[in-house]
Design a protein around this ligand. Structure first.
Ligand code: FAD
Length: 295
């Protein structure tokens, strides 16, 4: 499927709506286009899965090269670099935890020197404790380091209060992982209610909420909470994925809301795209037709 998708122009075109290519050279024009429209950007590097410490070393080098190139091209200032600790070796065993922290520290320093922002992604529920532990250590040295919380997890209502320190960037999303009932809410409506409850905690705190959702109702509720709290544009962000609801992204910017587009790129694009397809069966049908040349 991967090879066919790469060699089929209609499929490549569909993928390129959501992924800014495989190479840094593909990413740069996408970032320039978005920033020229007043949007903020966040970059997510998509690598191949990490199964050995050597893979984690390669991933670290890719992140460092990404920041170096963004700085050289004048695109680093204010750009958020989204980092998955799993790609720095967290999850490969207890001995890799300190290596992942050291790698994240190295990225954090390079990001900070370039005037960019580092935010940690959140992966499966079994990694949350370790990720928060690493984030706390990073945040102590580099307070601009952001963290992601997933509203679907039962524990998030407590975590959100812990991380909502003054000036801390906290990205709130619904959560992309299929988690068991024991650790997470499963019904969409329950997740939405939890999202709003967590959002209220963030809005009442002095943290900087990064509201990562495409859900029109949650966006409307966020707008209302911003209005009521009197927050200025430096104290929150909307965040959405590249290619998802682009007109809404422009609308938010046009009415003065800081809005950041999360742009994935890199050789691991296929797994990412397949996950997006899993969320949207209609898109999967379109993709399948484009592979068959019948789009
Ligand atoms: P949904 O209910 O899924 O979608 C609401 C509406 O958005 C839909 O009705 C549709 O109009 C539109 N929409 C949503 N997805 C698509 C799509 N694929 N194609 C077309 N339209 C679509 N999750 C994590 O677990 N960890 C992370 O670190 C993480 N980081 C994220 C960072 C950012 C910036 C964003 C935006 C999301 C992140 N997520 C992360 C993913 C998140 O948890 C959700 O899985 C994802 O955003 C979909 O949820 P939603 O809030 O948009 O609501």
């Amino acid at each position: 499927m991967r090879e066919v998708a790469l060699s089929t122009s209609a499929a490549r075109e569909l993928v390129s709506r959501y992924v800014a290519g495989q190479q840094l050279d593909d990413l740069l024009p996408v970032l320039r286009d978005l920033t020229s429209k007043g949007l903020l950007v966040s970059v997510e590097y998509l690598g191949e899965p990490v199964t050995r410490p050597a893979d984690a070393g390669e991933r670290l080098a890719s992140y460092l090269e990404l920041v170096r190139r963004l700085a050289a091209e004048g695109l680093a200032r204010g750009t958020e670099i989204s980092v998955r600790l799993g790609w720095l070796g967290l999850g490969l065993g207890p001995t890799q935890r300190s290596a992942a922290l050291a790698a994240a520290r190295q990225i954090g320093r390079v990001v900070s020197n370039a005037g960019a922002l580092l935010t940690l992604d959140m992966e499966g529920s079994e990694t949350v404790e370790e990720t928060l532990g690493v984030w706390q250590q990073l945040h102590a040295d580099l307070p601009a380091t952001g963290i992601t919380l997933q509203a679907a997890l039962h524990r998030t209502c407590e975590d959100v209060a812990t991380v909502a320190m003054p000036g801390t960037r906290v990205r709130l999303c619904k959560g992309a992982f299929d988690e068991p009932r024991t650790v997470a809410l499963r019904r969409g409506h329950d997740i939405d209610l939890a999202f709003v409850a967590d959002l209220r905690v963030l809005m009442h705190s002095q943290a900087i909420p990064l509201v990562a959702t495409h859900d029109p109702r949650l966006v409307a509720i966020t707008e209302e909470l911003i209005r009521r709290s009197g927050r200025g544009p430096e104290s929150y962000e909307f965040q959405m994925m590249y290619g998802i609801r682009p007109l809404e992204q422009r609308r938010l910017v046009d009415i003065g809301h800081p809005t950041r587009v999360h742009v994935p790129f890199g050789p691991g694009w296929y797994d990412y795209y397949v996950r997006r397809l899993a969320e949207r069966p209609a898109l999967a049908a379109l993709f399948a037709r484009s592979l068959l040349g019948k789009r």
